[in-house]
Write a protein that binds this ligand. Structure first.
Ligand code: C6P
Length: 411
């Protein structure tokens, strides 16, 4: 159960005051940070938690009997428990720490490949996946003689549910909960239910969901769920792979090394219990402690209230931007998080991004690590603004005004 906390009324200025970076100037202008899908900014509490570890308890975990090691271990394991509670996993040992979503998905692909895949089997992904949820599966498919199948995408940027290529050879379904490029919130529960009926293992890429949706892995019914800490107000270099206990028990380890073993001889190694079987080497202890703090911070500030605010920013941005002649929004799904991708006739996204930066406005331009999706929409790249709880309507207005100005200069 999540602790009952009295949520403060959503006050964007009060939230902004907690992000030191928002006081920075870029090219002499106040920073407008709209690149939260790439990485979110960090509240002071997270920065403090990470530096307090280095300043007061820096030590390795699960290795020493000395006081600092015990304190570091307790702090790291408290973060694991916080994350367990936040995503409603049954057990803390179902939460594996990784370097990020990419690390989590590579672990999942390698290990499931070893466990399940053989010649002729199929892995099903979707046409809106990030490269991190394409390439690891391609690599294991190649290794095991399996085939990658793809759910097509509609013009509005949603899965075409009438054309999901399930077959009796499908062994794994690996799809994103939320698209990083389109912002689409996918109907994952529905697809997981269908996959389960067919005995298919389900993997969700939650990189863009964790900071915006209430994620309940038991309710979703997925077998594995991957996310990064740094997109959820936590430190870079941290990530999680949640896994259902029974499946994790059967999955072979990904990397070998210290801490993931029970006994080692030159003839044979036996592996440690969960979660340590999957956590070879010294983890990013400071980062994990920071991630625990980021999750507690989000819980204090109420994710649904944050999501509502971000949705208002999205609506406002969409309405204002569509005033610009020749502007096309890529991704018009009914259910979206605060991500808006657009192209403008006669304007290259790179030039627009550079001119926005000169006004202090940070957006991402390019293919957003979703090249097949770009091909689907017949574009080489887009300009993407992605909102977080600390962004304001005034900042959206500033972006729209700067975009209009840039378009005049570039056409
Ligand atoms: N997307 C973006 O700007 P890492 O880099 O491991 O923390 O996350 C990879 C990843 C996986 N899946 C999805 C849906 C993602 O959005 C990302 C990261 C960033 O859109 C950086 S490319």
């Amino acid at each position: 159960m999540k602790p009952e906390v009295l949520k403060p009324v959503f006050d964007v200025q009060e939230i902004r005051a907690q992000f030191p970076i928002l006081k920075e100037l870029v090219h002499g202008k106040p920073l407008v940070y709209f690149d939260n899908a790439a990485t979110s900014q960090k509240p002071r509490r997270v920065i403090k938690a990470e530096s307090a570890y280095y300043a007061t308890i820096n030590s390795n975990v699960h290795r020493g009997v000395h006081t600092l090691s015990t304190k570091a271990t307790e702090a790291q394991e408290a973060a694991r428990e916080t994350i367990r509670r936040h995503i409603n996993a049954r057990h803390a040992h179902e939460v594996i720490f990784t370097s990020g979503t990419t690390g989590s998905l590579n672990l999942a692909a390698f290990s499931l490949g070893q466990l399940l895949l053989k010649q002729g089997d199929e892995v099903l992904i979707s046409g809106m996946e990030h490269h991190a949820n394409i390439v690891p599966w391609q690599m294991v498919c190649e290794r095991h003689g399996a085939q990658l199948k793809v759910i097509p995408i509609t013009d509005s940027g949603e899965w075409d549910l009438a054309q999901v290529p399930f077959s009796d050879k499908t062994r794994v379904l690996a799809v994103s909960h939320v698209s990083n490029t389109l912002g689409t919130i996918n109907p994952v529960k529905e697809l997981i239910a269908e996959a389960k009926k067919r005995g298919i293992i389900t993997v969700l890429d939650g990189a863009q969901a964790i900071a915006h949706l209430d994620v309940d892995v038991q309710d979703l019914g997925c077998d594995l769920y991957a996310f990064s800490g740094h997109k959820a107000y936590g430190p870079t270099g941290t990530g999680v792979l949640y896994g259902r206990e029974e499946l994790l028990e059967r999955m072979p380890p990904w990397q070998g090394g210290g801490e993931m073993i029970d006994t080692v001889t030159f003839e044979k190694t036996t592996y440690a219990k969960l979660p340590f079987k999957f956590e070879a080497g010294t983890p990013h202890i400071a980062g994990i402690i920071g991630l625990g703090e980021a999750i507690r911070w989000m819980e204090d500030y109420d994710k649904p209230a944050m999501a509502k605010h971000e949705h208002e920013l999205l609506e406002h941005a969409s309405n204002q931007l569509l005033d610009i002649d020749g502007l096309r929004i890529i991704g018009s799904a009914k259910e979206k998080v605060g991500v808006i991708s657009f192209v403008i006739e006669g304007v290259h996204h790179y030039d627009l991004g550079t001119l926005l930066d000169q006004q202090g406005i940070a957006v991402r331009t390019g293919h957003h690590c979703t090249q097949p999706l770009m091909e689907r929409f017949g574009v080489t790249g887009t300009t993407r603004a992605s909102f977080a709880c600390f962004n304001t309507m005034e900042e959206v207005d500033a972006m729209v005004a700067a975009t209009k100005k840039a378009v005049k200069m570039l056409r």
